[in-house]
Ligand binder design. Sequence first.
Ligand code: ADP
Ligand code: MG
Length: 613
Amino acid sequence: MNTFQELGLNEDLLHAITDLGFETPSDVQQKAIPILVDKETDLVALAQTGTGKTAAFGFPMLQKINIDSRTTQGLILSPTRELCLQITNEMKLYGKYCKGLNVVAIYGGSSITDQARDVKKGAQIIVATPGRMKDMINRKLVDISKIEYAVLDEADEMLNMGFYEDITDILSYTPAEKNTWLFSATMPQEVSTIAKKFMRNPTEITVGNKNESTNQVSHEYYLINSRDRYDALKRLSDANPDIFSVVFCRTKRDTQKVAEQLIEDGYSAAALHGDLSQNQRDLVMKSFRNKQIEMLVATDVAARGIDVDDITHVINYQLPDEIETYTHRSGRTGRAGKTGVSMVLVSKSEVRKIKSIERIIKKQFDKKEIPDGMEICEVQLMSLANKIHNTEINHEIDKYLTSINSLFADTSKDELIKKFFSVEFTRFYNYYKKTKNLNVEASFSDEREFSKESNSTRYFINVGSKDGYDWMSLKDFLKDVLELGRDDVFKVEVKDSFSFFNTEKELQEKVLAFFTDFKHEGRFVNVEVSENRGGDRSRSRSRGPRRDDRKGGEKGRSDRRSGSRSENRSTSAGSGNRSERRRSENASKPRRSGGSDSKSSSSGFDRPRRSRR
Ligand code: ADP
Ligand code: MG
């Protein structure tokens, strides 16, 4: 841990830092400042909001520009007027002992002539929003042709707000040999595109989240019978067609066994545990990084160093012996600003541990249900439809078009679609049509034991995910309108068009009284005492992990979709004749139809490599 003095900043800046009361540099400052001060380099820095990014680029910029010159040498682009003003203020504070420094803010909604006048006086640094900046350039009110340092602050936000073209336009007026420093909380596709387009070999730094359990991870548990554990695992995988996951087992033996079963059932899986040689482990990790393996089955010890960024799911096949270990497991996902899901398979006898884990991670678990067969079929079908929709046409096919067309001369479009999709759908349908419900009904006494207090009331409320709620936002809503404390509303379970929640029994009267004739956004919100103590299977079918996921999750998923995860998981047919060996669900398995020869899928290594975009 370095002090500010050790980061290479000059006396004037250190003096200001003392005045500001900054004692130690934040992580992103520790990493970015020495690099930017020492080197002429492009930089991509990923760090959450509130981590001190302004100072991370502000101090180096102030140190490197020539204050004796009046030429504009630094340009900072930021998404909003507020941020623009905030950064300008900070820069002025940081540079308060740099005599002659002139930092000017350029943003919409304020006089452009005033801003132009300030620039004209000689602004070494301009902090701007993209829209107004472009305007000023078009009217020749600024000259950024001598810029040496350009900062894209909150790059993800700027692109979210549709500033892509403005940014590219603005940068085209700056010299090619400048250094570009990009700061962002997340790294969606658009940001990497910008980085690729405008930066040369950028140094990359990533700063972990401030809070120990990242809020990018949602936690789910599934109550199952121990004997159904493996089948439940497969269903979770099948219900998430783009899964890229680490599956944690308790022992080396289980790790090996589960991996072997998955491979046998056609999944691209591999085991990672201490009985493998270093060489074997390296090989496994390489395949995992390349996404040739979609399910890495690992022991806690072996998985310790895994630093792969885009893991979508962590699956706790078994809970760890030490529940503290859970944090390490779930931290494998939701990295680098992406969202992730940590799933736990628990039997009735273990369910109490969930509560202890909640205490450690200071977050609530969502109780989810293992999706049923038809839901999985639907998810797979829609995923395939999306992939086909997004597929680039391979024109090598053109020459066969005439013969194919003649074959389908009498087939309507609908019929053709149905036939085409049946190839894949029937495989899953035949496998799943007769499978049973894997969820265990929590008995009254279990629920009571697990419930926060036995003395609570469960309510039914007629709003759900259709109305835009997830369990967190519904909990917040209830807390707010009822004016209750943090923990007074619990066990919130959101379904499609309705939800459930609990309060202490004492609050029952207040809750029911409040919701008599309560209208929200033009509709009556109805709350009744539910007959149901915990789960609500009698009222509805759970919709499975895909659809009642949080909004954040969905966003994350679509980010991933457009990200480096490849879409070309093979979806070919013709695998129905394989693997009649294991009998855990029923005889015919939905094979991941990867390679057509069984050797390739049994090693999991030599699949066609998925292209990365
Ligand atoms: P970000 O851009 O990552 O959102 P900011 O640069 O706005 O973060 O910084 C957040 C707050 O932390 C600001 O009020 C800033 O003055 C303060 N701050 C930044 N660096 C330090 C530091 N090293 N020590 C104490 N406070 C700091
Ligand atoms: Mg900032």
